[in-house]
Write a new protein. Structure first.
Length: 378
């Protein structure tokens, strides 16, 4: 019985504590009037006769309204270019508090006519949009790429605030194209018919990368043919050239091992008893490495000034390996692993075009990483 009584006491105490927290009293004491109103409204929706929540709502709403109106007056008197966004924010909070109270019948008994500022909110949004629009025009007049980028975002904010504000959409489009960097990527030239297909495949990978590039909306890549067809005047030209490449350098290494093994059955006596002895063999292991490598130069040039603005060189290497072996002597001197190698035959290496393609793979990875790093925050 004592345990049951204690359990009831703790449950009762917990309910008191929980009730105190959810009425918004603590938020009110901390001066967070909006949160206090929200919590007391929530409490009264679930428990319409909660006296503490009623008192909290009555006090918190008055203080919240007073606080927001004070901030609105202060913002209107400030010299902040974007002060109307602060005004708008506070009107939104006031209206949200009114909506919360209107959704709670018990709350309307405490605050019968919560204030709403619909016209004032609309006016503040319009004024806020005008401030962003004016800021965007100012940046656009600076007539440089970085300022145009700022103008783009200002017109974007204008449209978010007031979708049909003047010609903000057209100005945003103008700002975008004034901010864009047009980069024409020249094709790689390989003066060898043997490697043309491999070089073409490497070029296709690069073309796919630049076609899908989207990390910086203010950078657009064009292939040379595409730029010519569309009569694009580039801001920059990205050139790719192999400074040097070597395909199929062959190295063959032979390693000879003298092998012997003792206590091997080499025969038997007349009475069928095994005869033990030593067996010997000479193992020749061949290792063939075919190395292919190249060095790609990437340079970015400003089209108007013809000045080099960025350059990097990317090395790539691919080594094709093969191994096999032969032996002379008694195969019992070889381990199972050594014996398995002797059963392998020398393999035909990949064709030169395949070797060329393989050494370009690490080059491609370095290349796109550098392009991304350079242009992502350009």
């Amino acid at each position: 019985m004592k345990n049951i009584s204690r359990l009831r006491y703790f449950i009762y105490l917990s309910l008191i504590i929980i009730g105190g927290c959810t009425t918004g009293k603590k938020a009110l004491q901390k001066g967070d009037y909006d949160a206090s109103v929200e919590k007391s409204v929530s409490r009264l929706q679930n428990s319409p006769k909660n006296s503490e929540a009623m008192e909290v709502l009555k006090t918190a709403y008055g203080l919240a309204l007073q606080d927001h109106l004070r901030k609105i007056d202060e913002a209107k008197m400030s010299n902040d270019l974007f002060r109307w966004e602060s005004v708008m924010y506070d009107y939104q909070k006031i209206n949200q508090l009114a909506d919360d109270i209107n959704s709670c019948p018990a709350c309307l008994a405490i605050v019968p006519n919560p204030s709403k500022y619909i016209t004032e909110l609309a006016d503040s949004k319009y004024n806020a949009a005008g401030a962003r629009y004016g800021s965007g025009l100012g940046y656009l007049r600076e007539n440089n790429r970085q300022a145009a980028k700022k103008a783009y975002y200002e017109f974007e904010k204008t449209i978010n605030l007031q979708p049909d504000y003047k010609d903000a959409k057209a100005k945003m489009e103008d700002a975008y194209w004034a901010a864009v960097t047009r980069v024409v990527v020249q094709p790689i030239i390989v003066n060898s018919s043997m490697y043309k297909l491999s070089a073409d495949y490497f070029q296709q990978q690069i073309d796919q990368y630049i076609a899908k590039y989207s990390k910086n909306k203010f950078v657009i890549f064009y292939g040379e043919e595409q730029a010519t067809n569309q009569k694009i005047v580039p801001d920059q030209v990205l050139s790719l050239n192999f400074d040097d490449f070597v395909v199929g350098q062959t190295y063959v290494k032979e390693r000879v091992e003298k092998l012997k093994r003792d206590s091997v059955v080499i025969g038997e006596t007349r009475d069928k008893k095994p005869v033990y002895g030593t067996v010997k063999a000479t193992l020749s292991i061949f290792e063939k490495n075919i190395s292919s490598s190249g060095l790609l130069d990437m340079s970015i040039t400003d089209w108007k000034t013809r000045k080099l603005v960025h350059q990097q060189k990317f090395p790539g290497t691919y080594v094709w390996r093969d191994s096999w072996a032969s032996y002379k002597g008694d195969d019992r001197a070889l381990s199972n692993q050594q014996l398995a190698i002797t059963r392998r035959k020398e393999q035909l290496p990949p064709p030169p075009s395949a070797l060329f393609l393989e050494f370009t793979k690490p080059i491609y990875n370095q290349l796109v990483e550098d392009i991304g790093y350079y242009y992502n925050n350009y």
